[in-house]
Design a protein around this ligand. Structure first.
Ligand code: ADP
Length: 525
């Protein structure tokens, strides 16, 4: 039986792909790879990696082409997937890619749910699956640092720490057990403990550039380095940041700072009853975060996101977006309210007790009630898949994360809420939010949950996301992270100079444009 490859499928699908990505890809795909060049690349890759580690027929590629985002598969489908097991293999694959002009999209565990999973920005890019590179090394129990490869998952790292008898906490994102610290950090992901800012707690990268050069950032370049994972900044420009949310290199190893288990900790939930209380809530939380009294970013959730596990159909069967009143009433009936804030305090017992008392008095003065010792698995350092409650809302796996940032001022956050609700209700999408309060900013992470089996709803979800990006951009708000299919639009709100400088860096580090074209809207042209 003849195996259909990417070109066969694209011939049929080309007419129906009308996204900005497809247009940009047509203009910029390096060298306009021919079918013969692509086949040669696949044959050479199979010779190099073994045919078991090369997937290129369309049926086997299907799982890699699927994501929760509202696009046709062909719009962001990879043309092949190559699975590598070592730095030497990465270098050899890069040589093949440069020769043939076939672009590569590196992934760690490729879960990135609601942001595109393993799909690629520009169709036809080949996924470089790094799950087989899953070694843990350089554990330093004194400084509390460890080095991981891309395929190491949080679960694997936690098992390793336990088996070695170390008492460190990991800070994992929502879908914790199955994703990788390295992939999540490169996306500048967030968790729930005081080490919630994953980029801030990464230290010392090993990066392969497009030409096969292996760069070690920070103090990693010093022969016999003693301090690669001890000091992040290095000498001269600090480079780590340019390899996050970017396509300037393939990160093959990364150091992580580990949080020592605290002597004591306590988790609570503050509840504000009414929808208009959000500004008061943020203005109460901010100073407690900035002065460190509340030790983690915590999450501010609205009543609809809290209700997601109950299932939408059990709460509302009317037309259009669910009215907030419905979920607020549901929340009030179970002793919650329009807004909840999950937070934790950490340290020695007397510090925990005194911080706790101070926080409770502040929250109560703002009109909130505080529920103590809430069972929050994230704060208690257990691995959890709890964020997947979201999928019970519509019993469908259609999900887009819309993640704007606001200054942590009540008036700004309230303005974002009003704006989001207005845009989302125009497209019949339910308003949900789970905000991370970093201190001076809030990452207002809003899931757009939709039914992917319903064509009209999928179209509305896509248009809603585009409208949200534009409305927030025009109101002066940036986006913390976005998925394939929306990257060019988000980049367009950050100004021509920003894009131009990114393109200059791209051309300097990857002149052939073979690494992840379209990532964060960056291409060589
Ligand atoms: P996770 O392991 O958390 O599921 P992914 O593997 O999906 O994360 O990675 C998220 C995104 O980060 C990818 O789509 C890719 O753009 C980028 N990325 C992941 N791993 C690497 C890497 N090793 N080098 C460069 N970029 C990477």
């Amino acid at each position: 039986m003849e195996r259909r490859d990417f070109f066969t499928v694209m011939a049929g699908a080309a007419a129906s792909i009308s996204t900005m990505q497809a247009e940009a890809a047509a203009a910029c795909l390096p060298g306009n790879v021919t079918r013969a060049q692509f086949r040669r690349f696949i044959t050479d890759s199979a010779n190099l990696l073994g045919s078991d580690h090369v997937v290129s027929d369309v049926d086997s590629l299907r799982p890699y082409a699927r994501s929760m985002l509202p696009f046709e598969e062909a719009a962001h489908s990879p043309a092949a997937v190559l699975s590598v097991s070592s730095v030497d293999e990465v270098r050899s694959v890069l040589a093949l890619a440069r020769r043939s002009g076939v672009p590569l999209w590196p992934t760690s565990t490729g879960r990135n749910m609601g942001y595109g999973s393993m799909t690629v920005a520009d169709p036809g890019t080949v996924v470089l699956d790094m799950r087989r590179m899953n070694r843990i090394s350089d554990m330093d129990p004194v400084l509390g640092t460890v080095v991981v490869e891309p395929g190491v998952t949080y679960k694997q790292l936690q098992d390793f720490l336990k088996a070695e008898g170390h008492d460190f906490w990991l800070d994992f994102p929502g879908p914790g057990p199955i994703v990788s610290p390295l992939g999540n950090t490169l996306e500048r992901g967030e968790g729930q403990t005081p080490y919630f800012d994953h980029f801030a707690h990464s230290v010392g990268y090993e990066v392969m550039l497009a030409d096969g050069t292996l760069l070690r950032t920070g103090f990693g370049g010093i022969e016999n380095t003693t301090s690669w994972q001890a000091f992040k900044y290095g000498y001269g420009p600090t480079l780590d940041g340019i390899f996050t949310q970017s396509n300037f290199g393939i990160v093959t190893r990364m150091g992580i700072e580990l949080m020592p288990a605290p002597e004591a900790h306590r988790t609570g939930m503050a509840v504000w009853a009414n929808e208009e209380d959000i500004a008061k809530a943020i203005d109460t939380i901010r100073p407690l975060r900035i002065d460190g009294t509340i030790g983690n970013s915590g999450t501010v959730g609205n009543s609809t996101i809290i209700a997601s596990g109950v299932g939408r159909a059990n709460l509302y069967t009317g037309e259009g977006a669910i009215p907030q009143d419905v979920t607020i009433k549901w929340a009030q009936d179970i002793g919650l309210g329009a807004w909840i804030y999950m937070f934790s305090v950490y340290g020695r017992q007397e510090k925990v007790d005194s911080d706790w008392a101070h926080i409770v008095s502040r929250f109560e003065a703002s009109g909130a009630k505080v529920l103590a010792d809430i069972d929050d698995p994230a704060a208690y350092n257990q691995l959890t898949l709890k964020s997947f409650e979201l999928f019970k809302w519509k019993r469908s796996r259609g999900l887009i994360w819309f993640s704007p940032v606001a200054p942590a001022r009540g008036e700004d956050v309230a303005r974002q809420m009003t704006l989001a609700k207005e845009v989302m209700s125009r497209y019949g999408m339910d308003f949900m939010t789970g905000m991370t309060v970093t201190g001076r900013s809030t990452l207002n992470v809003m899931p757009i949950v939709y039914n992917k089996e319903d064509e009209d709803e999928t179209r509305r979800a896509r248009e809603c996301m585009n409208a949200l990006i534009d409305a927030f951009g025009e109101a002066g708000y940036g986006i913390y992270r976005t998925g394939v299919g929306f990257m060019d639009r988000v980049a367009s709100h950050h100004g021509a100079v920003n894009l131009d400088v990114n393109q200059r860096l791209k051309r300097a580090l990857d002149p052939d444009g073979i690494l992840a074209p379209g990532k964060s809207g960056i291409r060589t042209c």
